[in-house]
Design a protein around this ligand. Sequence first.
Ligand code: ZN
Length: 445
Amino acid sequence: MHQQIPHSTFDQPYTIHTSLLFNSRTLKFDKDRSIRVNPKTGRIISVTSSPPNLGTVSHPDLDLRGDTVVPGFVDSHAHVFVHPYSETPSLYQERDESLTERILRAGNNAKAGLKAGFTTYRDLGTEGAFNADIGVRDAINRGIIPGPRLFVATEALASSGGYEIRQENKIGGTTVPRLSDVCDGVDSVKAGVRRRLGAGADVIKFYAEYRRRTLRFPQPTWPGSKAIKYPPYATGEEGNPILTPMNPPSTLFDQEEMNSIVREAKRAKCPVASHASSPEAVIMASNAGVTTIEHGSLPSEESLKTMKKNNTIYVPTLCVADVELDDKEYRKAVLEHAKQANEMGIRLATGGDTGVPAHGDNVRELELFLEAGISLEDTLRAATLGGWEACGGDWCGYRFGWVGEGWQADLVVLEGDLRKDTGALRRVDMVIKDGNVVVDGGILV
Ligand SMILES: [Zn+2]
């Protein structure tokens, strides 16, 4: 921490002096800029060249010279109710954790994400916690708990039997939370979008495909349960390891249904995120006009060309490949695919499917972008302005991800020169959200 921030800092406009500021539009690092912010509106008043021979900076202004300042990070694919499946598999989180525990965990997760420099989350589904993300979002927006600015999907849309907790024993009326808002047919999906909008969703998420036939060869999930003795063929033996031959994904909606989802959402100026991995699903969802494709992890030239043609934003969620893929060759291919997308000029956004990597470790996705060979500047763009575009751009009601007049005063201060050492991504010196300095994960008010 550079200096103690007294409470009075937040009563009046103040100036932040920087020596290295990332410009997410020009992709340049600007030298010696002074940012005037208004903590009451949460917005930037102006960005100007610093006064020549700027000496000691006194309260309430901030001296961030010597560090790298970037716009607040956006995690474009997060699940604030989820913690790593390596700790607790999804089944147990969804079925066995109480709603109270899940909501309290969401509070902790939000705080951890903010502390790591993520001032915005696009949160793509509660995974069995109904519409509870709405209340978490509002509690943050009202200043009750600290956290990133949330744009939430509430429940994802899926077709019958498409995305749900699988259980073999359904006799006796055992109930589990639903994982999706189920709809089938052009009119029914339209009604689904309307339900989500009415509930308060900021973004519509739908599953273009899923591995829905898992109960053909169920996994052993309870103590003493038995594995299928002679499975059709072993995972990874044919095809690719993430799309298991035992249970390959298939599309959950036909083209008309996908078109209907997007048409209805866009009528309300609401962005649409689509879960899709195989080329078939990516192409259908992209042609339907979705805002973003999530995962898209089966490398495909055809998928990339379609996303490029339709100007679809691609959120490759490389963290999923990092966590789930034992096959090193395939992991490499997934990273290479993201790099190729970038080279083709496809708009990218970073989102780790966070929850899969722990909240607080959100920057892992940026590290994987870099490992894939995507430049630091392009990675930072995807993590800032790209995230704003994924949230719907001006449709979302805010401007963030760029440091300019009228935009939200969201800043991450990274220790030292990020260009020389990308390890600085994890050395967060200070986080500013809406012009307020975040202190120990909380916000001084
Ligand atoms: Zn997800």
